[in-house]
Design a protein around this ligand. Sequence first.
Ligand code: SF4
Ligand code: SF4
Length: 398
Amino acid sequence: MNAAHATPVSSATQPGPPLWLLAELTYRCPLHCVFCYNPVDFAHTPDELSTADWLRVLREARAAGSVQCGFSGGEPLLREDLEELVAEAHRLGFYTNLLTSGVGLSDARARALKDAGLDHIQLSFQDSTKELNDFLSHTRTFELKQKVAAIIKDHGWPMVMNCVIHRLNIDYIDRIIDMAVELDAEYLELANSQYYSWALLNRDQLLPSREQIERAERVTNERRQRYGDRIRIFFVVPDYYETRPKKCMNGWGNVFLTVTPDGTALPCHTARMLPGLAFPNVRDMDVRGIWYDSEGFNRYRGDGWMKEPCRSCPEKEKDLGGCRCQAFMLAGDPAAADPVCDKSPSHDKVLGAVDRAQRGEPLLRERPLVFRGPEESRRRPKLHGEPIVVDQDAARAR
Ligand code: SF4
Ligand code: SF4
């Protein structure tokens, strides 16, 4: 039996529909962000889905109950069929969102996307200064992003600006907020980096200290007061500074369906790293079957898979044991409690990283930042299903 088709759920436990479809159209990207959330082995990914495949996925997902579709990547504007895909998603009744670095969004392309019915654009910046933006993305894109912000406004879209926050830019958060206001963004998402993929490789250099986070929260609140209704600002604390994990993806296979560039369907965009799980591919199975009947989507649904301390924990409904990828990366077991939780036997892994962040600057000079890129990715082994426990204390001792 193909593992991807095992363990159908009973109708009594049948989950709701995959409301949120994330279409990762490509892993290609002109930028080289040090915190990139694409898999570090992305260059080993085989061919991208064709236009016809994506059109079918959109139709199947909508028929299965999806209502929101995010087009992401990599850089989704590198796909020449983006307008065609947006038009079909719009025709099907999706609320459509483009998540972009801005590279490739000319005025003409913006017009075509507007005509196709695109509802919403999220534009990412790396910092408020040209120097740091361009350093962190290893490209000269700061001025271009400013122009793209103006294009987005000219075409009448609400603009969500996104800036991943970490140790190297968190002290400039006041200027980042001011820049978002100057560019007339309606929303600003200041999401502290989560330590997956490329950000995990660079964790010692990117994890801020507690003092930096507290100052940034204070400054953000001051700016919220100053700007009032002009902009809504979201500030997301890194979970390493919490004692309880996040309810990852709002529950495994509960709301989110990610389709990666090669058609692999995942409950979250990093889940492919987990061992012993065959994730289905949209080339072989339709979206409804993937969502309800595949082993990949059923393995960690609900709480039946839990081990102690989660199994008997009175708080398990709140966080469902946290993130399976983080449990695997830090504890070596995807069914373990997320080590962010202070009840986890592996919580010391998180405390060790926090302790290094508190000690600060000297450690930052020990290792250079790793920039995301195809050559660097090709040098890395294919990770899918391989154990990649990240114990940087042990690595350092070797
Ligand atoms: S995080 Fe940076 S490198 Fe990664 S896909 Fe986004 S823009 Fe590209
Ligand atoms: S023990 Fe498990 S279920 Fe309980 S709070 Fe920690 S991660 Fe959540």
